[in-house]
Design a protein around this ligand. Structure first.
Ligand code: IPD
Ligand code: CA
Length: 276
């Protein structure tokens, strides 16, 4: 019989090894960062991205895990004899721009599933690598910040809300007009630059919702974060209120709204303009 994989332990070990692996790169911030070409997700790959991905892969190999890697950097790669039974979807560094500028908001995101589909993710970790804060979730078992169970916000009114909103550098002429009604009705808008971690802020109730309607973000960035929001008790749908069960692939992108509760989710849905 196959030994049960202790994902709790292995994911934390991955996070620790990523932190160690990026130390030399973090020490060299503000120096020009060579680009290693374009990663599978379509963005320039930096040494720090590859160092973090290698740390994750090496940790899984050390534990004899057979898996298919679905990574924003190296794409889809199989490791071990039964690679088709376990999918490990990673964004080794979410918020690379922040990291290489010394902005203290970047994360590592790892999701585990038995099929390459978003809804089949059963374990996830998003780690704030600068502050060493770790968010985890296991399907049916809730979401945690470290050892503390987390819950999303109960704020229902946009008049009181802090809303995460990503309008970062992509088709802004098209996307911004679909959001003006929502922005106009919301008390505060934020974007910190690492969407996986910003999803955890919804899960923990630090923000009330997070909206990314650009259609740019990859499934690799959100796979773990979506599980963490849902396990905390929050809601994630497409901007036209559909479930988001798409394939896990570094090239697959999506738009989404993640909210702390159904009332605020409905208000946001009613204010954004689709199609998006
Ligand atoms: C980026 C971050 C950022 C978002 C970008 C993403 P990356 O991830 O999540 O908040 O605005 O679109 O590309 O590239 O650093 O993994
Ligand atoms: Ca990344």
């Amino acid at each position: 019989m196959k030994a049960r994989i202790d994902w709790q332990r292995i994911l934390l070990e991955c996070k620790n090894n990523v932190q160690v692996s990026i130390r030399p790169c973090s020490a060299a911030i503000r120096e020009p960062q060579p680009s290693l070409g374009i990663g599978a997700g379509g963005d320039a790959m930096k040494p720090v991205d590859l160092a973090a991905e290698n740390a994750i892969v090496d940790t899984l190999k050390q534990h004899d895990v057979s898996f298919t890697l679905v990574s924003e950097e190296s794409g889809v790669k199989e490791f071990g004899a039964s690679a088709g039974e376990c999918f490990v979807t990673v964004d080794p560094i979410d918020g690379t721009t922040n990291l290489i500028r010394g902005l203290p908001f970047y994360a590592c995101s790892i999701a585990v599933s038995d099929k390459p589909m978003l809804e089949d993710v059963y374990a996830g970790i998003v780690a704030d690598l600068f502050h060493d804060v770790t968010y985890t979730a296991f399907k049916g078992k809730g979401a945690y910040r470290g050892k503390k169970k987390i819950e999303p916000s109960k704020t229902v009114s946009l008049d009181d809300a802090v809303l995460g909103l990503d309008l970062n550098t992509y088709k802004v002429e098209k996307v911004a007009p679909r959001l003006t009604a929502l922005i106009g009705k919301t008390k505060h808008i934020r974007h910190f630059g690492a969407n996986a971690l910003e999803l955890c802020y919804v899960a923990e109730g630090l923000t009330d919702a997070f909206v990314d309607m650009r259609g740019k973000l990859r499934t690799t960035d959100v796979a773990a974060g979506f599980l963490i929001v849902k396990e905390a008790g929050g809601i994630v749908t497409s901007p036209d209120n559909q479930a988001l069960n798409v394939e896990l692939d570094p090239k697959r992108t999506l738009s989404f709204i993640a909210s702390g509760n159904s009332q605020i989710h409905e208000k946001i849905l009613s204010l954004v303009k689709c199609p998006c």
